[in-house]
Design a protein around this ligand. Sequence first.
Ligand code: NDP
Ligand code: MG
Length: 392
Amino acid sequence: MRSIAVLGATGSIGASTLDVAARHPDRFRITALAAHRSVDALITLCTRFRPALAVIADPACEADLRSGLKTAGIDCRVASGPDGLVEAASGSHCDTVVAAIVGAAGLASTLAAARAGKRLLLANKEAIVMAGPLLAAALREGGGDLLPIDSEHNAVFQCLPAKRADLSTAGVRRILLTASGGPFRGLKAADLGDVTPERACAHPNWRMGRKISVDSATLMNKGLEVIEAHYLFDAPVERIEVVVHPQSIIHSLVEYVDGSVLAQLGNPDMRTAIAYALAWPERVESGVPVLDLLKVARLDFESADLLTFRCLDLAFGALNAGGNATTVLNAANEEAVAAFLEGRLSFLAIAETIERCLAHAEATAPANLAAVLDADLTARTHAQRIIATLSG
Ligand code: NDP
Ligand code: MG
């Protein structure tokens, strides 16, 4: 029986995780649930899953959570704030942590889970982009396993040999990350001047939270995933390639030196990756419909348009630059995407904001969590200033 803490329980990945877990009550028990401010949704989940601990990240919501749980007759511990999230990620109630908070807000709890030796199911890609080396060190310290939930990395994980010293000795030539191309595939900058948040969030294949949906529309999502692959698989940047594959049936591929290319296929439904990570090394039913290849009929591939979707190029640039550039990239992107979703910044100005912030990146890599958060905050301040000029 695995005991599971779901951080970001009220989100899209949280819902898919709980859906899979609920199919196997003999294997998975939910022992902690955490959200940001969605008190009512969290109470509903607590009523259904009866965790030992419920955490609301915003301390201002704690009283409402306590009284709501009392009214619902749920007897569980309640915590809030950053310490509450860290407790949910590292306490003795769980052996498995699903890190599905969106953005930098998930970093401290992700690191805490790794350090505590939990099995870490990582969806929160921003954490690894901000602090890849720190997460690797925390995993070494804790001795637990990391299983990627991001569908591409989950696919790569499935296609790599289980025991490998490094990619070269495993005979890996390249990691090929597939990208759907997002809702604006085929369009040019001239077509993207007046894009609304609604259009940007209307992904052709996946239903996801709003931040990652915008990242998919700018292709920054794929940029973050290139960085994620670099850290997860210890892959040099020149061994990672992006291939646009509009059907989102092949979730990624690994090419070997003998010419073999292994791919993982499936319907675009995150429950496959989540079920794999939850049950690893076994397999369990996930609720995802059977893949009907005859209905899919064809699989197309094209190269990414880096001139139109500059965010992908900026991410490659940040990875090559080293130092604190990927931390800066992530912070600037989070600020720009939030401004875009609030109608304060145009779609095309997202890349512009990030590019200008990257000019302030430093050559020294942050040595600890405090240094990462410091670089993050500085980049956000720069980004806010740039956003004010670009939107003014
Ligand atoms: P959602 O926006 O749907 O959900 C985000 C979750 O995080 C919610 O539970 C939210 O709580 C919580 N949250 C937000 N801000 C904070 C905060 N400051 N402190 C604590 N909790 C917070 O996002 P997704 O589920 O789509 O994405 C989650 C992560 O998974 C992201 O990093 C994303 O990149 C990654 N991912 C998502 C995929 C998908 O298919 N959705 C695919 C691959 C990766 P509340 O409801 O209270 O706001
Ligand atoms: Mg992905």
